[in-house]
Design a protein around this ligand. Structure first.
Ligand code: 6CS
Length: 316
């Protein structure tokens, strides 16, 4: 077997390292019969192009961010809602592992488009970087924010008064440098590894959302695999949940230190006060109603179910 596995990140970054480890484990399990070629981001086009390549079977496997599928799988925009998942990355990962709303209901929605999400995992809490200080919602007034392409992500920033622009991350460093956009959101490891801190002055430790990625496969291809091989894929996907949790944790911790100690490109770290965090939460709430009324195609049932799962996991 020769499979192609595409990621949205480059060597050293979490998604790429995940795919390499996945490939290594599959090769071992299959006594060398499964060879997975892992592709770094860039060679096969934009993140949105990669979604199409998985759908048409040009690649069999992909790490995909729901932030790039929102125009198609509307329900997947659940991950665009700020302050929905708990602040604890660990609890968030546990919910992603066990949630029926995501692993059954949302999976079905993706399968209607030939995409099977085998797992959901976090790459860490997201933070804001910016060229001016962001510490309360009004600081976002007319702020030019780069986002991924899902409309609900844009809406989340409009709720703070910002002026969001969707863009591939391949164009982001230059856009920040030139001031085409003034800020962006990402987990800390990504901010550091993509050097966004070089062209930004502030990093607000907002943890307003967790970055979620999916391990996806082309549905027809996956269904046509022999049972034993498909079983190996499923087992490996399960094992990798712990592996990737540790990987993102380590990378995010290391990069926070590096960014703090970078004398050449100093970044002011901004902490949110409880009061301002509450203001952001209040401003983000109407976006949840909007998801229920206008985005969701099943009357918000997936969100309702997920909300219950989140409440019980966070002990509420
Ligand atoms: O900001 C982005 O679009 C990119 N961020 C991460 C953490 N992974 C890939 C994605 O395309």
């Amino acid at each position: 077997y020769n499979w192609k596995f595409v990621t949205e990140e480059v060597k050293g970054q979490v998604q790429y390292e995940y795919a390499q480890e996945f490939a290594k484990r599959m090769k071992e399990k299959s006594d060398g019969n499964v060879n997975i070629q892992v592709y770094e981001f860039g060679g096969l086009g934009s993140e949105v192009d990669q979604v199409e390549q998985l759908q048409n079977g040009a690649v069999q496997m992909a790490v995909m961010s729901p932030g790039f599928t929102g125009n198609m799988v509307k329900e997947g925009q659940i991950f665009a809602l700020h302050f929905l998942f708990p602040e604890s990355v660990k609890t968030t990962q546990e919910i992603l592992n066990t949630s029926e709303a995501l692993n059954t209901d949302l999976r079905n929605k993706y399968e209607e488009h030939s995409i099977t999400p085998l797992s959901y995992w976090t790459e860490g809490a997201m933070q804001w970087t910016s060229s001016k200080k962001i510490e309360k919602p009004s600081d976002f007034e007319n702020f030019k924010m780069r986002t991924q392409t899902s409309p609900l992500i844009l809406r989340s920033y409009k709720a703070y008064g910002a002026d969001p622009t969707p863009m591939s991350w391949s164009e982001l460093y230059t856009a920040l440098d030139r001031g085409t956009v003034e800020g962006e959101e990402n987990p800390i490891f990504f901010i550091g590894d993509a050097s966004f801190n070089e062209v930004q002055d502030y990093m607000t430790l907002s943890s307003h959302n967790n970055y979620v990625a999916m391990t996806t496969v082309n549905n027809d291809w996956y269904e046509s695999l022999p049972d034993d091989i498909r079983g190996m894929v499923d087992d490996t996907t399960k094992e990798m949940q712990d592996w990737v949790f540790k990987e993102q944790k380590q990378q995010n911790e290391d990069w926070l230190k590096k960014i703090k100690n970078d004398k050449e490109n100093p970044t002011e770290i901004v902490e949110l006060t409880d009061e301002n965090r509450e203001k952001f939460k209040q401003a983000a709430k109407p976006v949840r109603d909007y998801y229920r009324s206008d985005v969701s195609t099943v009357d918000g049932k997936i969100l309702d179910k997920l909300q219950k799962e989140i409440d019980s996991a966070s002990g509420e």
